[in-house]
Write a protein that binds this ligand. Structure first.
Ligand SMILES: Nc1ncnc2c1ncn2[C@@H]1O[C@H](COP(=O)(O)OP(=O)(O)OP(=O)(O)O)[C@@H](O)[C@H]1O
Length: 278
């Protein structure tokens, strides 16, 4: 629900239908059926729910990659519209970080050229002085060595790729970062590092985040508030500690129970020593 006039992102009564006719008005599959949510400046909203509940569809509407059948998406009261049709300042204000860093970066491009391209697209954000020095500073802030600049994205590890994706998003000084399962494809230890990095950058750059994840443990670590999605609607929303410690909706309780079951080591299966992969 809306937190009022101070909202940065405001999603109102969003409806998305895949397939069908007349833009989904007749037939088709209702992936999102009346979702409203808001994110205040510097706030992180976690959007959780099982696979297929409609989280990515909401993210795609916020990113302007998908036109909803009905509803509005505004940023500080201004309609966000389709990607590519946004005024440059709105385009850079909202940046995305996707699940699979490998497919969101061109594997043949060097890291330096990935960042140079965003500075070319948004010249107001390009550094005034030495660009190589600025690039190295940006990489250092992501925990990356300067020599990563000359490497091709396709030659980096998954964790390094995701740090570069975050660098690319932050290079244009956004106000809101939409992270769609941004740590799901990573090993547990790398996941923890990227979460720490996001939390640190959020504070330093006064970022707001819409943080989408099916993993309640991850959302618990990063979100101020949580909205729980099921079958295209938000069934529960509130402060993270309240929703995760005293859930009101049976679906949230079921999600929590399932997450606890997954955490329980199975005796004798070799995972009980707590060793993390990678
Ligand atoms: N391009 C598409 N065409 C048709 N149906 C789609 C399309 N994209 C998603 N859907 C359907 O819409 C529903 C919501 O999908 P969505 O990807 O938004 O859910 P999600 O919660 O993000 O799931 P996941 O975590 O698995 O990505 C699902 O039933 C899905 O099968």
């Amino acid at each position: 629900m809306s937190t009022g006039e101070r909202d940065l992102l405001d999603v109102r009564e969003l409806y998305v239908t895949y397939g069908g006719r007349g833009g989904g008005r007749r037939g088709g599959h209702a992936a999102v059926a009346g979702v409203s949510l808001s994110v205040a400046p510097e706030e992180t909203l976690g959007l959780v729910g099982e696979s297929g509940s409609g989280k990515t569809t909401v993210a795609r509407c916020v990113a302007g990659l998908l036109r909803p059948r009905a509803g509005t998406v505004t940023f500080e009261g201004r309609p966000l519209g389709r990607a590519g049709h946004r005024p440059p300042e709105l385009q850079r204000a909202v940046q995305m970080v996707f699940q699979d860093p490998r497919s969101s970066l061109n594997p043949r491009m060097t890291v330096a050229s990935v960042i140079a391209e965003v500075w070319r697209t948004h010249p107001v954000t390009a550094p005034e002085g030495d660009r190589t020095e600025a690039l190295h500073r940006l990489l250092a802030a992501m925990g990356l060595d300067p020599d990563v600049a000359s490497r091709r994205a396709g030659d980096l590890s998954g964790g390094q790729c995701q740090r570069v994706s975050i660098a690319r998003a932050l290079a244009v000084r956004p106000r809101l970062l939409v992270c769609d399962e941004a740590v799901s494809a990573l090993d547990v230890s790398v996941q923890a590092q990227i979460l720490r990095l996001l939390a640190e950058l959020r504070g330093r750059h006064r970022l707001a985040m819409l943080f989408i994840s099916h993993d309640l443990g991850v959302v618990h670590q990063i979100a101020d508030r949580v909205a729980v999605m099921r079958r295209g609607v938000i069934v529960e929303e509130g402060r993270t500690v309240e929703v995760l410690t005293a859930p009101r909706h049976p679906y949230t309780r079921a999600l929590l129970d399932a997450a606890l079951d997954l955490d329980d080591p199975v005796p004798g299966d070799g995972t009980a020593d707590g060793g993390a992969a990678g």
